[in-house]
Write a protein that binds this ligand. Structure first.
Ligand code: HEC
Length: 190
């Protein structure tokens, strides 16, 4: 073992420290330059792509925001016009919309146009138009059962839309929102 390892050490080619020649240094330097060159090129491309993407995204988001902002402004203007038309504060219509969306849309749809087999069109309803705000509030409280002679669908309109938590203030706000839907449907607030 000791002899063998000695033999190997003796017969082995003498280990020379690798000292890079001028050629090697030149090669390495040029390879290094090439790599640096490529890296620089790639990072420029990557940066350009990121900047382009950022510009596209930000531009798109801004356009979308502008559109959303425009339709929100149009909605707010309609709310203001209807509010002054029916003599309530604009927030009353907004509050009514909140509650309507939570309780009534399931059957009447977001614009009061009615979902087939569930509710009835309240935005174009002569019945609704003919009721005073107070009478409409009473109607919403009571609902309309299937045996009511006024019932035309054979489906029940549950009192308070089936939400017993609603108090008179909530219902008054819903009435204001129903007026808003009616006036919009008639093209009055556009
Ligand atoms: C579970 C479904 C349902 C919900 C929820 C509901 N309704 Fe109704 N609603 C009906 C149905 C069905 C009718 C029509 C009944 C009939 O045939 O006369 C109706 C009728 C009405 C009418 C009378 C329309 C007309 O021309 O006769 C009004 C107004 C109305 N609903 C408002 C509301 C409001 C406001 C809410 C929320 C607070 C609400 N409804 C929640 C089902 C619903």
């Amino acid at each position: 073992m000791g002899i063998n390892s000695g033999a190997v050490r003796d017969s082995g080619t003498p280990r020379t420290r690798h000292t890079p020649s001028a050629i090697c240094r030149a090669e390495h330097r040029s390879a290094g330059r090439a790599r640096r060159g490529n890296t620089t090129f790639l990072s420029v491309v990557a940066t350009a792509m990121i900047v382009t993407l950022a510009v596209v995204c930000v531009g798109g988001a801004m356009a979308q925001n502008r559109r959303a902002g425009a339709s929100l402004r149009a909605h707010q203007e309609r709310v203001l016009r209807v509010a002054s038309q029916i003599g309530v504060d604009p927030w009353v219509i907004d509050a009514g919309r909140e509650t309507y969306m939570g309780t009534c849309t399931a059957c009447h749809g977001p614009s009061g146009q009615a979902l087939p087999g569930l509710g009835k069109d309240i935005a174009h309803s002569e019945f609704v138009r003919g009721l005073s705000d107070g009478a409409l509030l009473m109607f919403l409280k009571m609902g309309r059962s299937t045996w009511d002679p006024m019932n035309t669908t054979g489906v029940e309109m549950p009192g308070k839309g089936g939400n017993p938590m609603l108090d008179d203030d909530d219902l008054r706000e819903i009435v204001a929102y129903v007026r808003f839907l009616q006036i919009n449907a008639a093209g009055g607030a556009n």
